[in-house]
Design a protein around this ligand. Structure first.
Ligand SMILES: Cc1cc2nc3c(=O)[nH]c(=O)nc-3n(C[C@H](O)[C@H](O)[C@H](O)COP(=O)(O)OP(=O)(O)OC[C@H]3O[C@@H](n4cnc5c(N)ncnc54)[C@H](O)[C@@H]3O)c2cc1C
Length: 288
């Protein structure tokens, strides 16, 4: 039932591989180096601006700050503590804050989830990013677990620690700061407008505004920013009796094997249409 991947360091690797190289389960692990960061040749006249402080904006700002670019992050929502309070108030009393809620604010849209680290991509920088997450408070097990997740409480601590590091490295993170317009001259960005009044001069703007900022997309569209429609998937929620899943996966009570609730994933690819149906994320043993 268990599948382990073990990393073993040996002194005489070539010799060992000569002996064991034909075993299909044994291979040399080549740690992929993240691609080197390419620097421009002309210094920037102004600091780069990052719109949004969800996972995309946060990582963009983190790497820019690490490399000395001193980014200015503009996030329309509030810091994660204020935001948590606003979300709690919404859940308990139904008082909704349009700029500080489950979608908007430090950490982005998934901050109130349990932080499943699902990317469905392989990228040489993923391991490096996971190591940063651990440094900032994520559990160490995310480095080796097949289905890693950070956990809600730790997610908030981690997000704050990353913000602090960005600031320590010379970046700036401003909450309650919505980018409301772009200043464009000769087809080039020369600045952004914040909250309908302030202007920040910049020639580099990275957008990480997520998929809920409809007003921002309208503004970008109005400003003729080139956009590409992203393919999307439609999801349905399916509830199964856990006993049915356990029975089909293990044939016996999982506890008799010392296991937890069973799970599954399904993928069906239709060759004719080229479309795929797949199970997305599962909450084994979850209660409704
Ligand atoms: C309830 C929930 C649970 C989830 N759980 C998981 C999970 O467990 N695992 C997983 O992998 N994914 C999960 N997701 C999906 C995941 O959260 C998103 O894929 C991810 O947040 C997208 O990151 P992003 O940075 O692109 O955008 P977002 O996280 O949406 O961040 C965009 C940020 O930009 C800000 N912004 C928008 N417009 C402006 C503007 N004009 N100026 C300044 N700031 C602006 C917003 O306030 C927001 O903070 C979950 C999503 C939700 C809603």
């Amino acid at each position: 039932v268990f599948v382990y991947t073990l990393f073993i360091e040996v002194h005489n690797e070539a010799q060992v591989m000569k002996k064991l190289g034909k075993e299909k389960d044994i291979s040399v692990f080549a740690a992929e180096d993240p691609e080197p960061i390419v620097f421009g040749s002309v210094p920037l006249a102004h600091r780069p601006v990052v719109m949004g402080f969800g996972p995309a904006g946060m990582l963009a700002a983190f790497y820019l700050a690490r490399e000395g670019y001193r980014p200015i992050v503009l996030e329309r929502g509030q810091d994660v503590d204020t935001r948590s309070h606003d979300v709690e108030t919404f859940w308990k009393k139904g008082i909704f804050k349009p700029e500080s809620n489950v979608q908007f604010g430090e950490g982005g849209a998934g901050t109130f989830s349990d932080g499943k680290l699902t990317t469905r991509i392989t990228h040489p920088r993923l391991h490096e990013i996971s190591k940063y997450f651990v440094e900032f408070g994520a559990p160490e097990e995310i480095l080796y677990k097949h289905k890693p997740h950070v956990g809600t409480d730790k997610l908030r601590t981690m997000v704050k620690a990353m913000r602090e590091r960005i600031i320590e490295w010379g970046g700036e993170v401003r909450f309650g700061s919505k980018v409301t317009d772009l200043f464009i001259e000769n087809d080039r960005i020369v600045g952004v407008e914040v909250n309908g009044s302030e202007r920040i001069d910049t020639t580099v703007v990275l957008s990480g505004v997520g998929h809920s900022a409809r007003d921002t997309y309208e503004m970008l569209y109005k400003r003729n920013v080139e956009m590409t429609a992203k393919p999307f998937a439609i999801g349905v929620r399916i509830e199964h009796d856990q006993a049915v899943i356990d029975e089909s996966q293990y044939g016996v009570e999982p506890s008799s094997l010392g296991l937890g609730a069973a799970e599954y994933s399904l993928v069906y690819h239709d060759k004719e249409s080229g479309r795929t149906a797949y199970s997305f994320c599962m909450c084994p043993g979850g209660q409704v």
